[in-house]
Design a protein around this ligand. Structure first.
Ligand SMILES: [Zn+2]
Length: 315
């Protein structure tokens, strides 16, 4: 696996906790996963450290030395201190958690913590759809919308790591109020949750919809579903063009549950985006889907150690 040893990558979600060994070449092995305890921070931290120990034991069986643990997780993360300021609401009591120090103390391993979207972007930049590219904007569209920005080869961090909340840029000042407190957020129009909610509105609550079902129905020719999807793509296009105007990326990377399998959605968004905005900027952008699938979260997390050196951060 290279001279660099191996690192443990952890993808900590609201429902699932996954970990694996990752080599310097991005190769993933010894994957383990379990459900995330819903009973509060102590149980989550216990589950996490137990999982890390388990993967580390498997590494030592193969004679591999683990260099670090990297954790990618949702929410606002202070990447300098490794603290989850406001994490996923699925985990009870998961705000102001000193995750880096807790895991480092429990495992004795150097630990890194980052938001799950920069983690995906790092993995795709090193081994996936944005390989070798220095200017990338990543949008993950799923239950919510997350973002990350790579500019001049460096992740855009802001003052403490909170930059690139791209799901919460407004695309409509008259739009609905978002859970974040702002109005007309992109997430309110284009996330899987928003699409399901809009479909329920248009069908007067006849039945419950999931985002995936609405996209499927649109693909099968359902007129109302098509209207909902068309509105979502429209909102996304305004968001994407604003991001292109702001960051002048070479690649616009689309991930998350909504785009993971849906090439047709990417094509429709691309057609829309290419007809809008400042043409010299918009026409040169490649709009791509992520290519590493669920492994991206594990690979990117495990590579946080290497990236921190490369980016001159956190070290
Ligand atoms: Zn918002």
């Amino acid at each position: 696996m290279g001279d660099d040893g191996v690192d443990i990558g952890v993808d900590l979600g609201g429902t699932k906790l996954a970990a694996a060994l990752v080599g310097a070449d991005g190769r993933v092995s010894e994957r383990v996963s379990r459900s995330t305890p819903q009973t509060g921070r102590d149980d989550v931290l216990d589950a996490l450290t137990e999982t890390v120990r388990h993967v580390r034991q498997r590494a030592s069986k193969h004679g591999l030395v683990v260099q670090s643990v990297g954790i990618g997780t949702a929410g606002q993360i202070d990447v300098v201190r490794g603290v989850v300021l406001a994490g996923t609401t699925n985990i009870h009591d998961w705000n102001n958690v000193p995750l880096r120090d807790a895991v480092a103390a429990a495992t004795g391993l150097t630990t890194f913590v980052d938001n799950d979207v920069p983690v995906v972007l790092q993995a795709e930049r090193e081994f996936g759809a944005a390989q070798g590219c220095t200017d990338v904007v990543c949008l993950t569209v799923g239950t919510g919308i997350g973002g990350a920005v790579l500019t001049g080869g460096r992740l855009l961090r802001g003052a403490w790591g909170g930059a690139a909340e791209l799901g919460h840029i407004s695309v409509d000042k008259h739009g609905p109020v978002c859970a974040c407190g702002f109005r007309g957020c992109l997430e309110m129009f284009a996330s899987g949750t928003a699409v399901a909610r809009r479909m329920a509105e248009l069908t007067h609550g006849d039945r419950k919809w999931t985002g995936v079902e609405v996209f499927q129905a649109a693909l099968c020719g359902d007129a109302l579903a098509e209207q909902v999807v068309s509105e979502a793509i429209d909102a996304l296009a305004y968001g994407v063009v604003s991001l292109i105007h702001t960051f002048n990326p070479k690649i616009m990377l689309l991930g998350g549950g909504v785009f993971s399998e849906a090439e047709w959605l990417r094509e429709r968004l691309e057609n829309k985006v290419h007809g809008m905005g400042i043409q010299s900027m918009v026409q040169s952008v490649h709009i791509r889907r992520v290519s590493l699938g669920t492994d991206a979260g594990l690979i990117g997390a495990a590579r946080l150690r290497a990236m921190s050196t490369m980016n001159g951060e956190l070290s």
